[in-house]
Design a protein around this ligand. Structure first.
Ligand code: NDP
Length: 300
C-alpha cells in the first residue's frame, strides 16, 4: 500500500457524519488520505448532503467502495454491519482494512473478522466515545480491538484525537465500549435518583450539583449531562436511548455471565428497558432521568 490511503465511510448518522467530515478535511489538507473520501449511507440523500457540505463523494451503491484501502463503518449494531459486510466483502480487494466504529457485539465481530480474513481483509473493532460533538471536533476516544499496524492507526488518529487505546484482540474494543456505556448509564441513573431524593427533601438540584461537583460523588454525568441535558430540559445530547440499551445488553449478555439479578448492571438494564418502553428507541438517552422523575412524581 502507498503512504496515502483511499478511504470509504459507511453510515452517516449522528456519529458518522462528523467522523467522515473530519476525514474529508484531513484528505484535503494532509498527506494521509487520497481525496475524495467516499461516503455511503442507506438513505442516499444524506450522503448527497454530506458530499455537498464537506467535499466527500457520494457513493450510490456499495460496489463503488470496492477499490478502497480502508473501509470505516459506523452503524447501529453488529447486525447491520454483518449485512453490509455480506454485500461488500466479496468485492473488496485483498489487503484492505475494515475499521468498525459501531458500538458492536464482541463475538459477532470476531466471527466477521474471521470471515473477512478468508478474503484477505483485516477487520478491527474501533468503537468510539465522545458523542456527536466529539465526532464533529475530532476529539473522540477510540478503543481498538485487533491487530492493527501502522497502515490504519494514523487514519484513526485523525478522528480520535483525544485518545487511541489498543484494548486487545478483535472484539476487545467492543467489550470495553459496552462496559464504558454501562458506567455512563449507571452514573446517570444514580445521579438522577440522588437529585430527585434531594429535591424532595428540599434541596434544589442546582445547589446539590454545586456541592457534589466539588466533592467525591461527582462524575461526567453530574458535571455535564445532568445540568446541560436534564436540568435544562433540553434532552438533546444526541445518543439514542435504544442504542444505550443495546450497549448495556451487550455488556450483560455477552460479557456478564457472572452477574446475577442482584448485581447493579442487570438493574441498569431493567431501568433502561422501562425507559425505552415508555419513551421509544429514538428518545435521547438522557431521558432515562425523565422516566425516574415520573416514577418518583418529582420534576428536577
Ligand atoms: P444514528 O441512529 O444517528 O445513525 C445510524 C446510521 O446507521 C445511519 O447512517 C443509518 O442510515 C444507518 N443505518 C441504520 N440501519 C441501517 C441498515 N439496516 N443498513 C444500513 N445502514 C443503516 O446512530 P449513531 O450515529 O448515534 O450511532 C452509530 C453507532 O455509534 C452506534 O453503534 C452507537 O451505539 C455508537 N455511538 C453513538 C454515540 C452517540 O452519542 N450518538 C457515541 C458513541 C458511539 P439512515 O440515515 O438511512 O437511517
Amino acid at each position: 500500500m502507498s503512504e496515502r490511503k483511499t478511504v470509504a465511510f459507511i453510515g452517516l448518522g449522528a456519529m458518522g457524519r462528523g467522523i467522515a467530515a473530519n476525514l474529508a478535511t484531513a484528505a484535503a489538507t494532509g498527506d494521509k488520505i487520497t481525496p475524495p473520501v467516499l461516503v455511503w449511507n442507506r438513505t442516499v440523500s444524506k450522503s448527497e448532503q454530506h458530499a455537498a457540505a464537506f467535499g466527500t463523494r457520494c457513493a450510490r451503491t456499495l460496489s463503488e467502495l470496492s477499490h478502497v484501502d480502508l473501509i470505516i463503518s459506523c452503524l447501529p449494531t453488529s447486525v447491520e454491519v454483518a449485512a453490509v459486510v455480506e454485500d461488500l466483502a466479496p468485492e473488496l480487494k485483498s489487503g484492505s482494512i475494515w475499521i468498525d466504529c459501531t458500538s458492536g457485539e464482541p463475538e459477532a465481530t470476531k466471527e466477521l473478522a474471521r470471515k473477512l480474513a478468508t478474503n484477505g481483509i483485516t477487520m478491527v473493532d474501533c468503537p468510539v466515545s465522545g458523542g456527536p460533538a466529539g465526532a464533529k471536533s475530532g476529539q473522540l476516544t477510540a478503543m481498538i480491538g485487533g491487530d492493527i499496524d501502522n497502515r490504519a492507526k494514523p487514519i484513526i488518529a485523525l478522528f480520535a484525537k483525544k485518545k487511541v487505546v489498543d484494548c486487545g484482540p478483535v472484539g476487545a474494543g467492543h467489550a470495553v465500549k459496552a462496559m464504558n456505556n454501562c458506567l455512563n448509564a449507571a452514573h446517570l441513573i444514580i445521579g438522577g435518583e440522588a437529585l430527585i431524593a434531594l429535591k424532595r427533601w428540599g434541596v434544589s438540584p442546582e445547589v446539590a450539583l454545586c456541592a457534589i461537583n466539588a466533592s467525591s460523588g461527582r462524575s461526567l454525568q453530574t458535571e455535564e449531562r445532568l445540568p446541560k441535558e436534564v436540568l435544562s430540559r433540553e434532552f438533546d445530547y444526541g445518543f439514542k436511548l435504544g442504542l444505550m440499551y443495546k450497549d448495556v445488553c451487550i455488556a450483560i449478555e455477552s460479557l456478564g455471565s457472572s452477574f446475577d439479578e442482584n448485581s447493579l448492571l442487570p438493574l441498569v438494564k431493567k431501568m433502561l428497558q422501562a425507559s425505552v418502553d415508555e419513551q421509544g428507541f429514538d428518545a435521547d438517552y438522557t431521558r432515562v432521568v425523565e422516566t425516574l422523575e415520573r416514577k418518583a412524581g418529582v420534576q428536577l
